[in-house]
Write a protein that binds this ligand. Structure first.
Ligand code: PGA
Length: 249
């Protein structure tokens, strides 16, 4: 049975006070036993979030990490720094990192390898742009993103991998992939993993959908066979909305 996961990507939102308010609100909600819940605050709020959440079931992820262990990389953060504040999961490859900070499949492969070798769990994001879908290249694009960044991992390493399919045209736009479009792509992804590795491994990997998931559409999307949860941006900033999504399975 695959994990069901809902992860909140806070992006560059929530300072110290806002983090405290939101996390206290999230703590006060009861959570379903069968869903893993994560939040991804900014680097500066990671330590605060880990200590505030204490033994709550919600865990803390980072939004990015550098591929190097240490050194002259001004403004960057390493895996050991994340682990040092109790963070064991990192989001990699978000479309905003790709488009605004020029991350690509090759640089992401380095981040993936460093993170996996250091024992981190990764939530690996990928997905096509609008033009790529319109010209029917979305399957090729996704195949390339996964092959170049992830397919040199050993089969054993995949226990540390969560996938997040996020069509770029659906992120922050209010436009969601239809449940059928999400299912079609998730089944395609699972099939790619099966071809490269094994059917068992393909069945074990959690594949999240991301892009304008809201309380009103989460249930329908999560009900699709190959959709194992969501990576939530905007709606993760509101405790009631986020918990409604967590409870939408
Ligand atoms: P959104 O963002 O839910 O605001 O569309 C999703 C994401 O960027 O992960």
């Amino acid at each position: 049975m695959r994990d069901q996961i809902v992860a909140g990507n806070w992006k560059m939102n929530n300072d110290q006070n806002e983090t405290q308010t939101l996390l206290n609100a999230l703590k006060s909600h009861s959570k379903p036993k069968n869903v893993r819940v994560m939040v991804a605050p900014s680097f500066t709020q990671l330590s605060q979030s880990v200590s505030l959440l204490g033994d709550d079931v919600i865990t803390v992820a980072a939004q990015n990490v550098n591929a190097a262990a240490s050194g002259a990389y001004t403004g960057e953060v390493s895996v050991s720094m994340l682990k040092g504040v109790g963070v064991e999961t990192v989001i990699l490859g978000h479309s905003e990192r790709r488009s605004l900070y020029h991350e690509n499949n090759a640089s992401l492969a380095n981040k993936v390898n460093t993170s996996i070798e250091s024992g981190m769990e990764i939530v690996f994001c990928f997905g096509e742009q609008l033009e790529e879908r319109k010209s029917n290249r979305h399957f090729d694009v996704v195949k390339e993103q996964l092959s170049e960044a992830l397919f040199s991992l050993s089969a054993a390493s995949w226990s540390q991998v969560v996938l997040a399919y996020e069509p770029v045209w659906a992120i922050g736009t209010g436009e969601t992939a239809s449940p059928d479009q999400a299912q079609e792509m998730h089944a395609f992804i699972r099939n790619l993993i099966q071809e490269k590795y094994t059917e068992n491994l393909a069945q074990e990997v959690a594949i999240l959908y991301g892009g304008s998931v809201k309380p009103g559409n989460a249930k329908e999307i999560f009900s699709m066979e190959d959709v194992d949860g969501g990576l939530i941006g905007g709606a993760s900033l509101n405790a009631d909305d986020f918990m409604a999504i967590v409870n939408a399975f």
